[in-house]
Design a protein around this ligand. Structure first.
Ligand SMILES: [Zn+2]
Length: 306
């Protein structure tokens, strides 16, 4: 995957809140993330000796860690200087993410027209306050429906490789962002409102939402090389088989079963699934990518989730 060297980058879709004093320590509660909340909950169970729901455990530990810090303000000065062209995106992960966000939002604006309302991604470092509560890097990237923002600590991409053993790469990072913007689209279209919050299990609405977000990431990927930017040319080119393999590899490492088995102590409990199995996540990303057709992403209309 490459970014068009002459392409102009625009950081207006990003709020860089990494600098400054930083906040206190908070914890993410609830879903909407890429899948790491499950890890967090499992770790919390170990810390607290089990018992209660994940949310209870999380708030209990949140209490131990103290209240949230002050809100962080966005400052894009550095990012603006650093990320000006597609050439910068080819050389810097941060700038590549800026370009991904542009491409993803251009795609959705093209598909949904006026129904698509652009939204920002917040870059944070360590912890962040959101309208969905406080969050730390440990919960992974996530979308908060209450403030309609995507949140990511960019060090997550290293975590994905080092802790989850993913191959990683620029296209994997783009997949992660495209998944989160998939949740934004679900929110704009009212899809997530049909799902009971906190519902878990292999057939649950929660899992269907996550698999659909993977499928939406796939449809974006299919169109990424043709979606025009402001100048009329696509920002992204040369998505190859290796990129797709890496995205599938990443999807396979953030499935509930993989996380529970490899990182959560070994036991796989389908009843607690929130994001779907590794195979399902691979399959739904593939469905989106292969067809490029949103109609194929109706995970709520099928009895066969894979
Ligand atoms: Zn998700």
């Amino acid at each position: 995957m490459r970014y068009r060297e002459s392409g102009r980058l625009d950081t207006s879709g990003v709020q860089d809140r990494r600098g400054g004093g930083g906040g206190g320590r908070g914890l993410a509660v609830g879903g909407g993330g890429l899948g790491l909340v499950g890890v967090l909950v499992l770790v919390l169970f170990q810390v607290l000796g089990g018992g209660g729901g994940g949310g209870d455990a999380a708030s209990a530990l949140g209490g131990q860690l103290g209240s949230l810090g002050q809100g962080q303000t966005a400052d894009n000065t550095q990012l603006d200087q650093q990320c000006q062209t597609g050439e910068d995106a080819n050389e810097s992960v941060d700038c590549a993410v800026v370009a991904d966000i542009e491409s993803i939002q251009d795609y959705w604006a093209g598909v949904l027209g006026d129904r698509y309302v652009p939204t920002d991604t917040v870059f944070f470092s360590g912890s962040v306050q959101t309208s969905c509560g406080g969050a730390t890097s440990g919960s992974g990237p996530f979308y908060c429906p209450a403030d309609q923002l995507v949140y990511i600590d960019l060090t997550f991409f290293e975590t994905l490789q080092e802790q989850f053993g993913a191959e990683g790469g620029l296209f994997v990072n783009a997949y992660v962002l495209a998944h989160e913007y998939g949740h934004h689209v679900q929110n704009l279209l009212g899809i997530n409102q049909q799902v009971t919050p906190g519902e878990t299990g292999p057939e649950s609405g929660t899992v269907r939402l996550e698999l659909q977000a993977d499928c939406f990431a796939g449809t974006w990927a299919d169109h990424a090389e043709t979606v025009p930017d402001e100048s009329g040319e696509p920002l992204i080119s040369e998505i190859n088989d290796d990129d797709i393999d890496r995205a599938l590899d990443a999807a396979g490492r953030i499935g509930d079963d993989f996380i529970q088995r490899e990182l959560g102590g070994g036991t796989v409990d389908q009843d607690t699934f929130t994001h779907g199995s590794s195979e399902q996540r691979r399959q739904w990303f593939s469905t989106g990518y292969r067809t490029g057709d949103l109609q194929q992403c109706d995970t709520f209309a099928t009895d066969d989730l894979g």
